[in-house]
Design a protein around this ligand. Structure first.
Ligand SMILES: C[S@@+](CC[C@H](N)C(=O)[O-])C[C@H]1O[C@@H](n2cnc3c(N)ncnc32)[C@H](O)[C@@H]1O
Length: 201
């Protein structure tokens, strides 16, 4: 069973979350790494936080709509404040699993820096909601650069380990039934694996 990191942890940091440029950088790299997505109907940003990946995708992919979910009400509040009156984005306080979407409804699922908090049930859920040929793009910390406090570590799901190498990161997508898996590694002191994968057409 997935053990969600308490929403209160992220509620508490919502006001300063955007001070860290790391998050926007990851969001931009995830969206830029997608294969072309012609006229997307729906992009889903899972664990959107303050909305970086959702808003980068809105600008770059021009989907008809974006669904951005997060378990933290304060993070969603901050995200929604960035796009007032923009009816194409639905900011929803909700868990990552289940996504509350029909099978095959989405063209793209994004998940930046959150899979290790959600756990192993997430990738199969992304695959379920993606249409054939749909794409998932997610980031996850490189194990050697991930140093959670003991208290934080204890709150992480036990069913999904932060990967040590690109093969391990790609395996997360393959194990959920994705194909065409590509993995790259970001540079800098807090490296992440970026994983791009498709639902077989
Ligand atoms: C490190 S932040 C990443 C936020 C955003 N994706 C970004 O890249 O800036 C992790 C986010 O995951 C959310 N989260 C953690 N567990 C979750 C769950 N089970 N369901 C939905 N959101 C979750 C937290 O509330 C937090 O906003």
């Amino acid at each position: 069973m997935t053990v969600p990191v308490p929403a209160a942890r992220f509620d508490a940091v919502a006001d300063v979350y955007d001070d860290d440029p790391h998050h926007l950088g990851i969001a931009r790299q995830l969206v830029a790494g997608l294969r072309p997505v012609p006229e997307p109907e729906l992009v889903v940003d899972v664990a959107t936080g303050t909305g970086f990946a959702a808003l980068v995708a809105l600008e770059a992919l021009a989907p008809r709509r974006v669904l951005a979910v997060d378990i933290s009400p304060r993070m969603i509040e901050k995200a929604a404040a960035k796009a007032p009156g923009n009816g194409r984005v639905e900011w929803r306080v909700a868990p990552a699993v289940p996504l509350g979407l029909p099978d095959g409804a989405a063209d793209v699922v994004l998940c930046a820096s959150a899979l290790h908090l959600i756990g192993a049930t997430a990738p199969p859920e992304w695959r379920r909601v993606l249409r054939p040929g749909g794409q998932a793009a997610f980031s996850i910390p490189v194990a050697a650069d991930f140093h959670p406090s003991p208290e934080f570590a204890a709150s992480l799901p036990a069913d999904l380990a932060v990967p040590a190498d690109e093969a391990g990161a790609g395996h997360i997508a393959r194990a959920a039934g994705f194909g065409s898996v590509r993995v790259t590694t970001t540079s800098g002191p807090r490296r992440s694996f970026l994983v791009f994968a498709r639902v077989p057409a």
